[in-house]
Write a protein that binds this ligand. Structure first.
Ligand code: M6R
Length: 614
């Protein structure tokens, strides 16, 4: 989604803003722009449709912009097509105000009508322009900038992170936030705002997270933050514990490949601190044994890949804890009048911690009395801060739009929660507990073994990349795994693909299997291996071309049916953990296919890394 960066300092703002925007590219965008307060007074605004290279060309990489205070924006179009005019910053009628915005102003049409009646004219089709115009309207009524900002914030409805420049206040810019991410960065003799840390990590590790309703006035020497009632707020400062190199490609061609390769390390960082003396421990959790004993139900709410982690969680949490567990799409939960109450634990899973649908599900569940436990990667993100308990994954920054290492670490945490709850409830035999814990500790090493076999997967991808439709089939955990494998393929290669519970095929979908149809058969969940085999036979007998994935040691049973070079294997582990290994070949398969097809792997079309609109 849109990215914002703002700078107030003594260096030329343009190049810093352009560099920050480049680091936010991964969020997804279709146009970009910057505004700088010119030393002679007035605003200099440059914006254009397309990639940042176009804005770099227009501004000589920011060097053509004279000024030391400015804001920049990458836009992911919602209201109005991606074109130069609809790009941000938007400027008010008198040219005194420039605004960048992430989010949606829901009542923009009504405000636009009001302002038109007052004689103002609009240039763009965006919701954002009303903010710039309304600000100028209040300014021309005699308000000072901050009063005008508060008036606007009281009037607009929806979600926003805003960066505002005003020609009348040449030493500062203003930021405001509600339901869209915005952080403040302290750089010593300069200060920043940004949609996320990656934009400014090169300049500072010291940040504050803005809360809903807050307004910040940023100068080179100070940042003053006020709450919704305009009272001064002291913001706690946090130190970011990763470095600029973590958010760079480090010699790899794509972030996605780098992040796939980082999975052993990410798993280690997530799992190891939470296993002590052979027991799973979550020192960060405030919920205790008594609460868990009284739990009647678990709901898991998430979107996209995080939802797929939740699908595995449904099987495993119920299996291990015997607590009824339901996994729902966050975007559906809020409108489904869910049976959630104070005896329900709602687990929200989100890499970014900023997904609006997941946030809305969290709030809906909270309003019904549920306790919220979130599994989040981005420290200090909105979902983390609104949860009763947070378990952070330690995947490090994930830049590629298609999630890989965040998925793996979320899955590890969810499985560990299952083991932890089951252990407290006495639902597992000691041998079973010990076996799963031992296998959890072995996951990083086994993941590294899978990654050592990339050539084989690359070769297979070179034989499959021409297909235009693919089915992923599997039973139980393999079905949930297939959902993620299928999403990986479709989002980065644009091949149509679907995941089916293998047993469901014969109830309709099998009619689509014809000679040559590519089917990825997942046979890693060994308790159902034989059943999965029957489905493989079922599709092969209708002419499907099958790629199969199974555990080492079971490949022989498939080789009579599936071409041996079409069989991929992963090391054997405890059945509940098998998707943690099974996902890696599927990520690589999708990656190499997209590579063969020449796709923009890290920034697939139409997609954003963090979806902060509904
Ligand atoms: O940041 P989140 O985990 O809340 O994001 C949820 C989805 O938008 C995300 O998983 C999306 O499906 C990815 N593109 C999948 O690779």
């Amino acid at each position: 989604m849109c990215g914002i960066v703002g700078y107030a300092g003594s260096r030329q703002a343009g190049p810093i803003l352009l560099d920050g925007l480049a680091r936010l590219e991964y969020r997804g965008y279709d146009s970009a722009g910057v505004a700088v307060l010119s030393p002679g007074g007035g605003l200099c605004v440059k914006k254009t449709k397309g990639r940042l290279s176009a804005l770099n060309e227009l501004t000589d990489s920011g060097r053509a912009l004279d000024g030391v205070i400015g804001v920049g924006h990458t836009r992911w179009a919602t209201h109005g097509e991606p074109n130069d005019v609809n790009s941000h910053p938007h400027v008010g009628e008198n040219g005194r105000i420039a605004v960048v915005h992430n989010g949606i102003i829901e009542n923009y049409a009504e405000i636009k009508k009001f302002l038109r009646q007052k004689g103002l004219t609009f240039q763009s089709d965006t919701d954002t322009e009303v903010v710039a115009q309304l600000l100028e309207y209040y300014l021309s009524g005699g308000e000072d900038l901050i009063s005008a900002v508060y008036k606007v914030l009281h009037r607009i409805e929806g979600a926003y992170a805003l960066g505002i420049l005003c020609a009348d206040t040449p030493d500062s810019f203003v930021a405001a936030r509600k339901d869209a991410p915005l952080i403040i960065g302290y750089g010593g003799n300069c200060n920043f705002i940004a949609s996320d840390v990656t934009a400014i990590i090169k300049y500072t590790h010291e940040v504050s997270y803005m809360d809903d309703g807050e307004v910040a006035v940023v100068t080179k020497d100070s940042v003053e933050v006020y709450d919704a009632l305009r009272r001064r707020v002291e913001k706690p400062r946090h130190t970011v514990d990763w470095d600029v190199s973590d958010a760079e490609k480090g010699g790899y061609e794509h972030f996605m490949f780098k992040e796939i390769m980082e999975q052993p390390e990410a798993l280690r960082a997530t799992i190891y601190p939470r296993v002590k003396d052979g027991r799973v421990v979550f020192e960060e959790l405030k919920i205790g044994e008594e609460y868990i004993r009284k739990l009647k139900k678990i709901y898991i709410a998430a979107c996209g890949s995080s939802y797929h982690v939740g699908m595995i969680g449904k099987y495993n949490l119920e299996r291990l804890t015997r607590i009824p567990t339901e996994t729902v799409l966050a975007s559906e939960l809020r409108y489904s009048d869910p049976l959630i109450d104070k005896d329900t634990l709602v687990i929200v899973i989100s890499q970014s911690g900023e997904t609006l649908d997941s946030m809305a599900a969290l709030r809906e569940a909270k309003s019904r009395g549920a306790r919220i436990l979130s599994i989040v990667n981005v420290v200090g993100s909105s979902i983390a801060r609104e949860s009763d308990d947070v378990v952070y994954t330690h995947a490090g920054p994930e830049i590629a739009v298609a999630t890989t290492k965040a998925y793996s670490t979320q899955l590890a945490v969810l499985n560990m929660l299952g083991v932890y709850f089951a252990g407290l409830l006495g639902k597992m035999e000691p041998e079973q507990y010990d076996e799963i814990v031992a296998e959890l500790r072995l996951l990083p090493e086994k993941a590294a073994r899978v990654l050592a076999d990339t050539e084989r997967i690359k070769y297979l991808a070179s034989r499959c990349f021409n297909h235009e439709s693919v089915f992923y089939i599997g039973r139980n955990l393999d079905y949930a795994l297939g959902l993620e494998g299928s999403l990986k393929l479709k989002e980065i290669s644009y091949i149509h693909s679907e995941a089916y519970a293998a047993g469901e095929l014969k109830h309709g979908t099998i009619s689509l299997i014809e000679p040559g149809t590519l089917v990825v058969a997942l046979c890693t969940y060994l308790p159902l291996f034989d059943k999965a085999m029957s489905n493989v036979v079922e599709v092969i007998s209708r002419g499907a071309s099958v790629v199969a994935l199974t555990a080492e040691g079971r490949a022989g049973e498939l080789s009579g049916t599936v071409e041996p070079e079409n069989i991929l294997t992963v090391p054997e582990t405890h059945p509940v953990l098998e998707p943690s290994l099974g996902i890696i070949p599927l990520q690589l398969f999708a990656y190499y296919i997209a590579l063969q097809r020449g796709c923009d792997i890290d920034k697939p079309r139409n997609l954003a890394k963090s979806v902060t609109v509904e």
